[in-house]
Design a protein around this ligand. Structure first.
Ligand SMILES: CC(C)(COP(=O)(O)OP(=O)(O)OC[C@H]1O[C@@H](n2cnc3c(N)ncnc32)[C@H](O)[C@@H]1OP(=O)(O)O)[C@@H](O)C(=O)NCCC(=O)NCCS
Length: 162
């Protein structure tokens, strides 16, 4: 069974390791180089009370995380966030992503966000399915905006309004 809880500074290593696994092995993130723990610490620090970060655990061990991050520092975007979620490779396909998705979206509503955006590479059928299943709609496709592993990539922009 998967549980979630708020992230703390103690989770920096796990957040970094899980993210870097996705950087190096997937096109889910357009980062090409692994992040340092210092960079991820600054990233976590940038999340205030309106921008939750959740850790997923199984039997007390961290297996994934999800965040609602600031979409833009321009103030009119104050109630708009962008979602990210990552599950350790060996735990994917077992329901942890769904648990993280449902819990982080509930948190977003609780903290008073108005809308959540998602940028998803068009080949990521699992992520697109997961987002659609909790009410995200397709806004449009940004064509040929990324290059990773020798391929040019399109990105689907999705949105849920609370
Ligand atoms: C995307 C990710 C977070 C999903 O987490 P997960 O634990 O693997 O997902 P779950 O097992 O909870 O759910 C997978 C869902 O996708 C469905 N699914 C599996 N394969 C699928 C496919 N090929 N096409 C569509 N849906 C698929 C499953 O049936 C399940 O849906 P359901 O709950 O309605 O039955 C995880 O795979 C991951 O970390 N991937 C790499 C990073 C990533 O892509 N992050 C998202 C960036 S936008």
């Amino acid at each position: 069974m998967f549980t979630t809880r708020a992230a703390t500074v103690e989770d920096i290593k796990a957040i970094t390791d899980i993210y870097n696994e996705a950087v190096l092995t997937t096109d889910a993130t357009f980062d090409l180089e692994p992040k340092t723990e210092e960079e991820q610490r600054a990233w976590l620090d940038s999340h205030d009370s309106m921008h939750p970060v959740l850790m997923a655990e199984q039997d007390g061990a961290v297996i994934g995380w999800a965040s609602l991050s600031e979409w833009s520092s321009r103030f009119a975007y104050v109630a708009t966030a962008e979602i990210s979620l990552y599950v350790k490779e060996e735990f994917r396909g077992k329901g942890a992503g769904r648990k993280l998705m449902e819990d982080i979206m509930r948190e977003g509503e609780r903290v008073g966000l108005h809308t959540v955006l998602a940028r998803i590479v068009t080949g990521n059928a699992v992520s697109i399915h997961l987002h659609e299943s909790v009410g995200f709609e397709r806004v449009g496709i940004m064509r040929e905006v990324g290059e990773k592993f020798g391929r040019t990539l399109d990105v689907l922009l999705m949105q849920r309004i609370y």
